[in-house]
Write a protein that binds this ligand. Sequence first.
Ligand code: ZN
Length: 253
Amino acid sequence: MEVIFLGTGTSQGIPIIGSKHPVCLSKNPKDKRLRVSVLVKWEGNNILIDCGPDFRMQMLTNPIEKLDAILYTHEHNDHTAGLDDIRPFFFRQGDIPVFAHKRVLNSLRKRFEYIFTSTNKYPGAPGVIENEIENKPFFFNDLKIIPIDYKHNRLQVFGFRLKDFAYLTDLKSIEEKEIQKLDGVKVLVVTALRIEPHHSHLNLEEALAFIDRVKPERAYLTHISHLLGFHDQVQEKLPENVFLAYDNLEITL
Ligand SMILES: [Zn+2]
């Protein structure tokens, strides 16, 4: 399994438009972060987790020629706004399977009514195959996917475990029984928004404490704000098995 970090930034992306913050002005490519998303490559399948506003550029940069499924963590705009740009994949492959909580599918139907409609559909609109998921394991082809249920402030969010890889973005609080689903993961990806506490994301200290509980072989931090600091300076202070993710980083499990 290979994982590409397509985007690692918080909802506004880094740099923030018009910001004079030193991190936003940084020349280091690792300080430039598109909205969060990862691509999991497994046995010829390209599985996307979240499809945000930077999806098109992320597909061109890497470059990705085929899209087999989209898993959604939750309905916030930084995780969903790119759905229209699946059109090139749709034109070549047909309807693209999407997997999401019922509430998230309802939100997508409202935002992208022209994609989900079955009457008088515009010929250029993309098509999807809706798969409603609950908090229990499901399969995509032969790959078992285990949802991890947690809270982003008061909003329910799904993280996902795919074999030894787990991706938990937009996490603030999680119950013990959900943490147990992460037993034995080799690579854990988790939110670390910034240094100061935040109402809907783990900050750096909380993320490190969470990693210490799960004890993966390696952990990567994502959904990063400019307020976390410069990539290179933050990385120096992290434990030896914890890494700041950055855009276009590829890892192999
Ligand atoms: Zn987010």
